[in-house]
Ligand binder design. Structure first.
Ligand code: HSE
Length: 284
């Protein structure tokens, strides 16, 4: 039996749409097993066309092998369809397991690339595979990526609301063109965001985590988004943003995490939204 543990991830982090994500210490555990084996108690067996099965098949095609018959079960902690990379955990688990099944020993870069082909963007798959905060980009020469750890310790406070939002729906609302002004707004902020994270000087993180490419367009899909972000920052969060395609909201903090979590949950209550807050470390 092969066991693979894959962390939750939060993509975009404000201005880094489709090209940055961070791994969080909340995990889905996957078991890949054959007919003679049984997965541990409390696992949920995945259907044969699950994303994890499709990832194994994708790997097999790339490796020019026949898709192996494999059963997959999961012990899940990552809330699904909440902008915390739950589907990436399935895809990445499938790719990692296939690498072991075929004893292919492919390098990390290739594994991220294969997972990203299925995901459509690398910003969840890359940190799910290598941990930390990862900037990643699909280029004509293949995937380029770089992992860093924050210059000074940070916690992620994540408020997860009681409703789901499919990434496909949250991508439909995005415009196909944006103005030059908004592009410049984001470039500057992403530069500041990365500089802050690298140096551990978080003074400008709140402004650096503003976004003009996706968050404003997704606001109607996540009632209270703006308010929850503002209240989190008013309680001492260093910066806050929509987590991935939403609907969860992430705030970075180096103090007052409990108070920040509470105000995020309480603010959402004003919109009749029940939320659960997690205070998480960055998974390395
Ligand atoms: N970058 C992707 C999006 C992340 O915002 O649509 C999806 O988890």
């Amino acid at each position: 039996m092969i066991k693979v543990r894959v962390p939750a991830t939060s993509a975009n982090l404000g201005p880094g749409f489709d090209c940055v994500g961070i791994a969080l210490d909340l995990y889905n555990e996957f078991y890949f097993y054959d007919q003679k084996e049984t997965p541990p108690e409390g696992c949920q067996t995945l259907l044969e066309n699950s994303l994890a099965h499709r990832a194994v098949a994708h790997f097999a095609r790339y490796f020019r092998e026949r898709t192996p018959q494999v059963n997959i079960a999961v012990k899940g902690n990552v809330p699904p369809s909440r902008g915390l990379g739950s589907s990436a955990t399935l895809t990445v688990a499938g790719i990692i397991a296939a690498n072991l099944i075929f004893q292919a020993n492919l390098p990390e870069q290739k594994l991220i690339e294969l997972a990203s082909q299925l995901e459509g963007h690398p910003d969840n798959a890359a940190p799910a595979l290598c941990g930390g905060l990862v900037v990643s980009l699909m280029t004509s020469q293949g995937l380029v990526y770089k992992k860093i750890m924050p210059g000074k310790p940070l916690k992620a406070v994540v408020a997860v609301p009681d409703f789901e939002l499919a990434t496909s729906e949250a991508r439909k609302v995005l415009p196909s063109l944006i103005s030059h002004k908004d592009a410049v707004n984001n470039t500057g902020r992403f530069g500041f965001f990365m500089t802050s994270l690298l140096t551990g000087d978080y003074r400008f993180l709140s402004v650096a985590m503003e976004d003009f490419l996706h968050q404003p367009y997704r606001m109607p899909l996540v009632p209270g988004l703006d308010r929850v972000i503002k209240e989190a920052v008013s309680k001492g969060a260093l910066g806050s943003c929509l987590s991935g395609a939403g609907p969860s909201i992430l705030a970075f903090a180096d103090q007052e995490e409990e108070a920040i979590a509470r105000i995020m949950v309480d603010t959402w209550k004003e919109y009749n939204i029940e939320a659960k807050a997690y205070i998480l470390n960055i998974a390395s």
